[in-house]
Design a binder for this molecule. Sequence first.
Ligand code: ATP
Ligand code: ATP
Ligand code: MG
Ligand code: MG
Length: 878
Amino acid sequence: MRILKIQTLRGPNYWSIRRHKLIVMRLDLENLAETPSNEIPGFYEGLVEALPSLEGHYCSPGCRGGFLMRVREGTMMGHIVEHVALELQELAGMHVGFGRTRETATPGIYQVVIEYLNEEAGRYAGRAAVRLCQSIVDRGRYPKAELEQDIQDLKDFSRDASLGPSTEAIIKEAEKRGIPWMALEARFLIQLGYGINQKRMQATMTDNTSILGVELACDKEATKRILAAAGTPVPRGTTINFLDDLEEAIEYVGGYPIVIKPLDGNHGRGITIDIRTWEEAEAAYEAARQVSRSIIVERYYVGRDHRVLVVNGKVVAVAERVPAHVTGNGRSTIAELIEETNQDPNRGEGHDNVLTKIELDRTSYQLLERQGYTLNSVLPKGTICYLRATANLSTGGIAVDRTDEIHPENIWLAQRVVKIIGLDIAGLDIVTSDISRPLREVDGVIVEVNAAPGFRMHVAPSVGIPRNVAGAVMDMLFPNEQSCQIPILSVTGTNGKTTTTRLLAHIYKQTGKVVGYTTTDGTYIGDYLVESGDNTGPQSAHLILQDPTVEVAVLETARGGILRSGLGFEAANVGVVLNVAADHLGIGDIDTIDQLANLKSVVAEAVFPDGYAVLNADDRRVAAMSEKTKANIAYFTMNPDSELVHKHIQKGGVAAVYENGYLSIVKGDWTHRIERAENIPLTMGGRAPFMIANALAASLAAFVQNVTIEQIRAGLKTFRASVSQTPGRMNLFNLGNYNALVDYAHNPASYEAVGAFVRNWTTGQRIGVIGGPGDRRDEDFVTLGKLAAQIFDYIIVKEDDDTRGRPRGSAAQLIIQGITQVKPDSRYESILDETQAINKGLDMAPDNSLVVILPESVSRAIKLIRARGVVKEETHQQ
Ligand code: ATP
Ligand code: ATP
Ligand code: MG
Ligand code: MG
């Protein structure tokens, strides 16, 4: 077996609209191509021995053991690789269930599709599955040690990619609510929502979090002063910079016991509490000095440690934090108990798991001594031994939920304090003996206000109810359901995508909104080019969706991007499908028009249920997509008598129709005439039918988004397909005695489209300078020749400079074959060099003729034409 290619999908795709995270592996079975599993001696037994848990895979029989039954009876290796890859991820703790395997048009070559949670893990699982199966084929077994290593590696990928417990909680909540999210390129920034409606987060800070609030909270001394001035209970204390001032400070706070901590520390670093002697105080001073220049000396308040989380002015969770400790069993030493506690798989290093491993430090030994123990003491059954003085989870503490116990006065106090500090999300550290009584009554204090408080003690407390604190954050950032989205309009089809995308963007601009759009020519925001290039994939979509100035996204969505990595968004408000015609067949395992239609249908299917699929009623494969999408349907048609459209309108549907020379929207009993085609420059005075179709599609897409008829009309009338705006798309040049047209048509459907315009050219001869890209199939060139014979009076056949691997002259030969097949008496000649061919066409042009040039290089063709002194470059005004 050999893996030919591995692709990673991240959005709605050819295989599934709902499952976005898929690995597609192109697998050559080589010598196993004709050997089902039952014909490989010992394979079934070897597989069951290596992965007995495959018993849990139902597969087509639909019951436990179903898949293994298939293996015993005989199934192809691609299918087995799929199940093994899924199972390996499952064994590493990543729950995935979706898989598909299909043989491609090339016998023995399969596409194996597997779901993943973590990209790298998914790709690894695919490769490991091939290795595992191959080993069982060759040797009857897969070594246990290798399997264990595979699973360990998979776990490592998953852990390394983890964004931390707080961010994970936020993302999970966002996904539950259908709020899109993306990780940005730097600083662990997470974007929630799109375009102008996006919010950013970094851990638990949002872009509403005030920088002044954060700085104030980080300065513990200033926080205390502000809070004391507001009459709230804070520890009595002072700040010093020299050891010489320590004695006086202790006196000032009222003598022992005291607390010494760094002024701007966190995670309990450098803190010593419950200091009772001068020696301890001196040592504590030195420890704090390691962390900060300035040192806080405070009275020690006896009590339990609480974290009160306030989001958007409301207390949303309260946790008591219990310092790292072990409980005796009457047999084990304290050291053994620590060891045992740390075995808990929930305890990780630092912040990356629900709990953290217990680690001892300087204060731990002091604590042990005070309790009368050493690490080797055997702890009596049921006795608790504290190992850390402070309760930070990151030093091995645990959390107990107390949300339902806090006293209303303390809620009021906490909310007021956070408002005073000025934070949208904050965690208060409160030391009190009883959180269910007012702090005032029990001498409780607010020790600190934390900006960017961790969520894990609330979402995964060791004891008590988990609290959905991320939900409160989402409520704050996105108060109503739609407020995270911007309209997304996605346009696909074999021909006319760029034109329709540009026109639709132009129409939408009439509403005064900032439109971001992507096309094969480049990415634009408003009136400006952001980046030139073929930008029709998910990355370009992300650029638009990440831009905080964009209010509407119009995205040309080409087959390549969908195939390579899926759509760059979960669902659109409008998905436009213009047409499906033979082009690029045989590339990327899309071999038939129907497969191509399935691929393009992703755009129609990945639409919100209350959105619209805008479909071409005149193209049966496009019209059929209405069966597959859950969205509303809107049809456009060039045929006012279309039965499909009539039925649709009768049922209350909406459509755009070309009738009596008008582009109209038909809805219910009403026909809203937008404009006469001949007044719409893009349609070249109404002579280019396919441009009318594109304009209908764009108008309809705008209309279903509530753009008014007046705005649509204004857009249609002011959109000029000039050479500079849309090079290579029906650029017509008046050269005095004759005309030249440059177009980018390079597949049969676009030849026909251009042909429809050319046939309307009745004033003189029609000369074609034609060719096609070398990577198309032989029969495609023959088709181009046949079409050309029906369109032109004289044909010059040329080839691209880049023949894309074809022997020079072969494409031209095929085209000529096509020409002579339909019209043996056709007038034609072959000039392979494009420049020479174009010049010949222009040289021979008789008066009133039209020279149609379908070049490889649009810019070169235009240069050659301009060199002859253009009278007028038509912008297709009436
Ligand atoms: P974190 O980042 O985890 O919030 P930190 O390093 O910012 O910790 P503080 O919150 O100031 O430090 O203190 C850590 C813990 O020490 C408190 O939660 C509390 O349990 C204890 N503590 C601090 N000051 C006092 C005090 N004056 N009296 C009693 N306990 C205190
Ligand atoms: P690409 O796949 O190269 O990005 P595209 O789908 O973006 O192409 P456009 O750039 O808008 O298409 O148009 C390219 C050519 O396709 C046009 O110049 C014209 O010849 C032809 N064309 C445009 N619209 C249609 C249509 N609705 N039907 C058939 N052909 C069309
Ligand atoms: Mg604290
Ligand atoms: Mg395009």
